[in-house]
Design a binder for this molecule. Structure first.
Ligand SMILES: [Zn+2]
Length: 153
């Protein structure tokens, strides 16, 4: 079911919980959340990523559309193992901050990551370009960080 995108900053500033991949009850709950996330991202034409807190679930899950295939990638319990090269300052938008473009967000264009995929397999891979940037944006959501937090104070 398509869910309303959460824009409440206090909610979005909360940290999401790790998912226990061995629990059957969790498996069922996660399936439902993933279903809702897929429906929600499919009906948000400009979105290339969506994190669980954005639909009101404080779980360490996000979805992003891989470049250039736009194939949907489910990411559970994401980690960044290594950031390669130097960060670049980029402009970003977010479904939870409609109408806002935030400038100069430092992101790495190449990262080595580890996560669990939709089939429960542990994946280690290197992401580059937009995939790397989206991964960092969505992982920020799970740590309670949103793009407006990068605004100079
Ligand atoms: Zn976002």
């Amino acid at each position: 079911m398509k869910k309303q995108i959460v824009e409440d900053k206090d909610f979005l500033h909360q940290k999401s919980k790790r998912i226990d991949m061995c629990s059957y009850a969790e498996e069922k709950r996660i399936k439902t959340i993933l279903h809702d996330m897929k429906d929600t991202i499919a009906m948000s034409p400009k979105a290339i990523g969506l994190a669980a807190p954005q639909i009101g679930e404080l779980d360490r899950i996000f979805i992003f559309l891989r470049y250039p295939s736009y194939k949907r990638q489910v990411v559970i319990n994401p980690e960044i193992l290594e950031k390669l090269g130097k960060p670049e300052n980029l402009n970003e938008e977010c479904l939870s901050c409609p109408g806002q473009t935030i400038e100069n967000i430092p992101r790495f264009k190449k990262i080595r990551v580890k996560y669990t995929n939709e089939d429960g397999l542990s994946i280690i891979e290197t992401l580059t370009g937009i995939d790397a940037v989206v991964y960092q944006h969505e992982l920020d959501h799970l740590d309670g960080i949103i793009i407006t937090d990068y605004l100079p104070s």
